[in-house]
Design a protein around this ligand. Structure first.
Ligand code: NAP
Ligand code: ZN
Length: 352
């Protein structure tokens, strides 16, 4: 059985550390990828620390990482879309049943048989899937994305989750020129949402708890910045938004944002805090507002997003770190001290 170097959490309170994991030999439809960069998503931290235990309990050892870019090193005999040497990307999905109505609609993320990149039952090797904090990965070609050659690779990695997770709801809810759009939480997801909403032509307002991020928010594309702890500043926007995307990772008051929506306005949650968020019915009843969720995006839409990024020259703003700094990076992410995504240079794993 081939193996790969990786970083894993051995338990919910254990720091991540170097280890070796099994990886399958490519079967006929598989692509083997040498991982060059892997972004650090807050979902990696939620999972490594078993914060979603009631929905998706973590199986240890856990190798997170679902913002993967690399180069193809080998392909199975039936692979047609990739050849050795090609750039390739892998996001949150590595398989699905491919036959259900969701798969047929290109919405593999809602397939009851979907397989996530880590912490999901591995149909090939048994146990659970292992993610991108690793030197290599083997994935069916139908779940591998083409990475446009003009994108910086370290900054392209986060597009595979933070990118598609924000692009998909912005498109679904018709964000375009003439719409007023709010983005709550200027982290990895939030800063991508700002770039996309701006590129789609909307009037963009960022809501942040971090006054020090104001200038960055404007540079990233926001027209206005609201410090969300300031009730007066919030009140000035009451009833005015067409759409708000909430990308906050922790407990917070979503009712304060619902009341900023105009008639038929929608608030979509992409953030996935550990605990349930209370919702006031009245905030929704008045003005026929709606509250939704959105989960990553399908494979075809992920490719569409990458091509949109190529055309508009969009990548994540990244701080590149060696894998050895992963535990410190998690602590900084918890303090909202990331500008605006960590991207792991996987060459750092070679010396382990
Ligand atoms: P992140 O980089 O840590 O950003 C989260 C941001 O939320 C922070 O930068 C901060 O922004 C704000 N925030 C943090 N704690 C807060 C608090 N107590 N009150 C108010 N605001 C707070 O995380 P991320 O990687 O972007 O992920 C965000 C969330 O989305 C996570 O829960 C993650 O699991 C989830 N996620 C969901 C999907 C999906 O498919 N739906 C996909 C990926 C990730 P400010 O400093 O600007 O306030
Ligand atoms: Zn993610």
């Amino acid at each position: 059985m081939p193996t790969a170097k990786a970083y894993a959490a051995a338990g919910a309170t254990t720091p991540l550390a170097g280890t070796t994991i099994p990886r399958r030999d490519p079967t006929d439809h598989d692509v083997q990828i040498e991982i060059l960069y892997c972004g650090i998503c807050h979902s990696d931290l939620h999972t490594a620390r078993n914060e979603w235990s009631s929905i998706m309990p973590t199986v240890y050892p856990c190798v997170p990482g679902h913002e993967i870019v690399g180069r193809v090193t080998r392909t199975g005999s039936a692979v047609t879309k990739f050849k050795a040497g090609d750039l390739a990307g892998v996001g949150c999905l590595v398989d699905s049943d491919r036959t259900c109505p969701n798969c047929q609609a290109g919405l593999e993320q809602f397939c009851p048989g979907m397989v996530l990149t880590y912490n999901f039952p591995d149909r090939n090797l048994g146990g659970v899937t292992y993610g991108g904090y690793s030197e290599s990965i083997v994935v069916d070609e139908n779940f591998v994305l083409r990475i446009p050659e003009n994108l910086d690779l370290a900054g392209a990695a986060p597009l595979l989750c933070a990118g598609i997770t924000t692009y998909s709801p912005l498109r679904h809810w018709g964000v375009a020129s003439g719409k007023k759009v709010g983005v709550v939480g200027l982290g990895g997801l939030g800063h991508m949402a700002v770039k996309f909403a701006r590129a789609l032509g909307a009037h963009v307002v960022v809501f942040t708890t971090s006054p020090g991020k104001r200038d960055d928010a404007l540079r990233l594309g926001a027209h206005e910045v609201v410090i969300s702890r300031d009730a007066n500043e919030m009140q000035k926007h009451a009833g005015s938004f067409d759409f708000i995307l909430d990308a906050v990772s922790a407990d917070h008051d979503i009712n304060a944002y619902i009341q900023l929506l105009g008639r038929d306005g929608n608030l979509t949650l992409v953030g996935a805090p550990e605990k349930p968020l209370p919702v006031s019915a009245f905030g929704l009843l008045f003005a026929r507002r709606s509250l939704s969720g959105s989960l990553i995006g399908g494979i075809a839409e992920t490719q569409e997003m990458l091509d949109f990024c190529s055309e508009h020259n969009i990548t994540a703003d990244v701080e590149v770190i060696p894998i050895q700094q992963i535990n410190e990076a998690y602590e900084r992410m918890l303090r909202s001290d990331v500008k605006y995504r960590f991207s792991i240079d996987m060459a750092s794993l070679k010396g382990e």
